[in-house]
Design a protein around this ligand. Structure first.
Ligand code: TRP
Ligand code: SF4
Length: 330
């Protein structure tokens, strides 16, 4: 130990559906790596889930457990990182309220996801005060831990820019309370779902981390391939094949090169090519399934770990809120 304080990382996920391979490649693999170098806070952001799922809040609790079980099984380590539930640290709500007073409305009205989500999810009424304030709550999540670094995917870049702007505005008004959080963009190969579109819970095309081997086998063996390969003798182009996006994320470079050549020359069939990634995924996920089974048998352990995380998060958040209240003078 050199006594130097580690930088702080914070990130979060909305518990709105089971975790899939895109979460693994897009976030979790990176989060696991960061654990050794930073003080990490990883939050299950229940209030953010509530902002779109307010008509069906029971699901949020169910997925909170699922997320925690998945996180722990895949390698997030409660001895290294603080794993916690956003809505169990009420200080986020107080900071959100205070920030909401200082943010000019146009800053929020120009957030692209606000309009987009309303268009893409027409069955939910997302034209609400709370949903407009989604990025304000996200800012509170980050700066309440004085986070230096926020690892997120590209889809979150706008929210993070806004978080930085809000932080600057707060500091200008009341003094330097918060570091300006840096964005750590996760470089991710785009992962395709079973229908060839981007893998996403809302498209129903996802391969879940907890899918048993036979389900993984079935989903991948019926997955769309490059349309040029109608017959076994037709050559294909791996770059245009949704299955190959899985190879890029999970299969070694050498093996991939060999398969790509086989595809381009029609030397191998799609089933053979798919088998490689199926077996590889089963290898990678097997230890995860085993750990997860143990946790499912012992749900109290999962809740206990979360409670300990909540407490650690609360300690930090309460300290920050003292600074905030004294800076503002309220
Ligand atoms: N908005 C993020 C998403 O949809 C989730 C999130 C909430 C978050 N609070 C955060 C991410 C704080 C990073 C930091 O993915
Ligand atoms: Fe896709 Fe592999 Fe078939 Fe080529 S051989 S089209 S990369 S599944």
């Amino acid at each position: 130990m050199n006594g130097k304080k580690k930088k702080v990382v914070l990130s979060g996920m909305r518990p709105t559906g089971p975790l899939h391979l895109g979460h693994l490649t897009g976030a979790l693999r990176n989060w696991i790596k960061l654990q050794d170098e930073y003080d990490c806070f990883y939050s299950i952001v229940t209030w953010h889930a509530f902002s779109s799922e307010y008509q069906n809040p029971e699901a949020i609790r169910e997925y909170t457990f699922e997320y925690a079980a998945d996180w722990l099984s895949i390698g997030l380590d409660p001895d290294k990182s603080v794993l916690f539930i956003q809505s169990e640290v009420k200080e986020h709500a107080e900071l959100h309220l205070l920030l909401s007073m200082i943010i000019p409305l146009p800053w929020l009205q120009r957030v692209p996801t606000f309009k987009e989500m309303q268009r893409e999810v027409p069955d939910k009424d997302l034209n609400t005060y709370g949903f407009l304030g989604y990025p304000v709550l996200q800012t509170a999540d980050i700066i309440i831990y004085k986070a230096d670094v926020v690892p997120v995917g590209e889809d979150q870049a706008f929210h993070l820019e806004l978080a930085r702007e809000i932080t600057r505005r707060f500091n200008r008004l009341y003094g330097n309370v918060f570091p300006e959080p840096q964005i750590l963009l996760t470089e991710v190969p785009k992962l395709a779902g079973t229908d060839g579109r981007k893998m996403s819970n809302s498209f129903g095309n996802a391969i879940y981390i907890k899918d048993p081997p036979e389900v993984i086998r079935k989903k991948i063996s019926t997955m769309t391939t490059d349309t040029r390969r109608k017959r076994r003798t037709d050559p294909g182009v791996p770059e245009d094949c949704p299955v190959f996006s899985l190879h890029k994320a999970f299969v070694s470079k050498e093996k991939r090169k060999e398969l790509a050549q086989g595809c381009l020359s029609a030397g191998i069939g799609c089933l053979e090519c798919k088998d490689v990634v199926i077996e590889r995924l089963i290898d990678i996920l097997s230890p995860f399934w085993e750990k997860r089974k143990l946790l499912e048998k012992n749900p109290q352990l999962v809740w206990k770990i979360l409670e300990e995380g909540n407490k650690k998060a609360r300690d930090v958040a309460q300290k920050t809120m003292k600074d905030v209240r004294s800076a503002i003078g309220l």
